[in-house]
Design a protein around this ligand. Structure first.
Ligand SMILES: [Zn+2]
Length: 292
């Protein structure tokens, strides 16, 4: 029998048998943000030194996680094919909640995905992962015409390139791209915290830690950049924005054509001040069994 077909049949047989019901849920031991960061750091050391242990990458793990996920880390990474997130951290099924988009930028879809993992899955660590020689950053730095939807994809990267150029006016070529990649990682972090009350409150409470990192395409090593250097002031500004009531605005008077004078109506919009709902505390994160 063909190998893969045989494996598929075995999988179907197990899934339909009492064995499936015996699959144990992840244990309830909690990971801290430090635990999670240590796991990713150790995994990348194994990967980059060719010592992979292929953690949680077998069918036992597939079956165990079919009942639910409890990823210990969220990673927002570039879509570059040379940056397969689980592989570079030597992790497997159910370990990492990964969002990938060219240039690892942070629009509403990315932020929403991260919010889901923070609120509903209890992941204690968020990593924004850029990489060396990023094509999206190079395209943003190079300027020129972008076809299709590529221009919209590049737009959030322009400020990072500008920041790199103004911060280091003498930098050019690879050195400029390297600076822009780092600035882009940090800009994604600040955008996520500034735009998402859920991420901001979880960061402020210590439920999650948010760090930046850059993957080196040549060595396979991840350089850890740590938290945003201005995280505290970004959090303060985000909190102030949440707590500031939205200004009451007055709707324009309706234009009345060819009619008798209308009684004056006060059409002021009574927008209630919007105070953001406190984010639900993430559940204690469940430590998962490792099979390797
Ligand atoms: Zn890239």
């Amino acid at each position: 029998m063909h190998g893969s077909l045989r494996l598929s049949l075995i999988a179907i047989a197990v899934a339909g048998s009492p064995l499936a019901a015996l699959a144990t849920p992840p244990s309830a031991t909690a990971y801290t943000p430090t635990d999670a960061l240590d796991l990713l750091m150790a995994g990348n050391v194994r990967f980059s030194s060719n010592m992979c242990e292929h953690r949680n990458a077998d069918t036992t793990r597939v079956h165990d996680t079919a009942i639910g996920q409890s990823p210990f880390a969220i990673v927002l990474a570039c879509a570059d094919s040379r940056l397969p997130v689980e592989r570079v951290f030597d992790r497997g099924v159910g370990d990492v909640f990964t969002i990938r988009v060219a240039g690892n930028t942070s629009g509403p879809f990315q932020a929403g995905s991260i919010e889901y993992a923070v609120e509903h899955l209890g992941s204690p660590l968020l990593v924004v992962l850029g990489h060396s020689s990023c094509g999206a950053v190079k395209a943003a730095a190079g300027g020129g015409e972008a076809h299709g939807n590529i221009g919209a994809m590049l737009a959030p990267i322009f400020p990072a390139v500008f920041e790199a150029r103004t911060g280091s006016p003498d930098a050019s070529g690879d050195a400029l791209i390297d600076l822009a990649v780092r600035a882009n990682v940090m800009r994604s972090i600040s955008d996520l915290i500034a735009s998402s009350p859920i991420i901001a409150e979880a960061t402020e409470s210590g439920s999650i830690r948010v760090v930046g990192a850059v993957y080196n395409l040549e060595s396979g090593r991840v350089e850890w950049l740590g938290q945003h250097p201005n995280e505290e002031s970004i959090l303060v500004r985000a909190r102030e924005a949440r707590e500031t009531p939205v200004a009451t605005t007055t709707a324009p008077e309706p234009t009345v054509l060819n009619s008798r004078p209308q009684p004056t109506t006060t059409a002021a919009r009574t927008t209630a001040p919007t105070t953001s709902k406190p984010a639900a505390k993430p559940q204690a994160h469940a430590k998962v069994d490792e099979h390797h």
